[in-house]
Ligand binder design. Sequence first.
Ligand code: SF4
Ligand code: SF4
Length: 299
Amino acid sequence: RSAPDGADPAVWERVEDHPCFSEDAHSYFARIHVAVAPACNIQCNYCNRKYDCANESRPGVTSERLTPDQALRKVMTVASALPQLSVLGIAGPGDACYDWNRTKTTLELVAKEIPDIKFCVSTNGLSLPDHVEELAGLNVDHVTITINMVDPNVGVKIYPWIFFRDRRLTGIEAARTLHERQMLGLEMLTERGILTKINSILIPGVNDEHLIEVNRSVSDRGAFMHNVTPLISGHSHGTYYGLTGQRGPDALELSLLQDRMKGRGTLMRHCRQCRADAVGLLGVDLAQEFTTGDLLLAP
Ligand code: SF4
Ligand code: SF4
């Protein structure tokens, strides 16, 4: 396929088989997430890790936790069953850059066996700057950072604490540190030509208006794509709530905000908020078909 009108052919070539970075690709190419990174270094008010990471989450489904060796076996099994598989993602259930050794070992093991698979890593960004060099060395071509604010005064309403350089930080210091690290990580990725998608969770009354500023800020720093998804952490009587009782937005609120962001950077509208152990085409999840239990029995 040739690049669509207006698209840079060099960049198009890098995203044309990534189902998340290219809307055209999402019906044809499959991705697999391996849940090798259980630990996280921040607390988001909306997160409940009884479920998958809200970096890339939806409620009510639990992940299997894999060792890097188990992850390799799973990726190889899926690759032989699904010829459309083009991307291996590490998206939690905690943070892929905080649980770095497990992420790195998994990528190294898979690269040896399936050299043409693309790697995609999702992170909250706090530890990201410490690993950008290694991500580039591992040929990670796509990174997703969850950025919900660029103003620490908004951040204090979203993050009760972070764990950074062996210290637990709270309040404005925590939000400011997280913000600075996210911006630094994004700039470092852009400098190295790694394509970066920004995920933002829309939390009505907390960061809804503010996401316009987030969009401007990340576009200015070279983010390739901005993906705004609704808060979904708990569920009661048909409405989703965060851990602080915050309701999730309805479809109209989300789409009105996305409309206001049009024109700056590429907006993603086809995200399916996948589980940390998702397998298959977006929206056609095969996670239950490829569980570790099956793999341990596989030859
Ligand atoms: Fe939960 Fe992900 Fe936030 Fe960590 S970064 S607290 S795993 S939503
Ligand atoms: Fe792609 Fe969104 Fe699923 Fe991540 S959560 S794999 S960006 S569709």
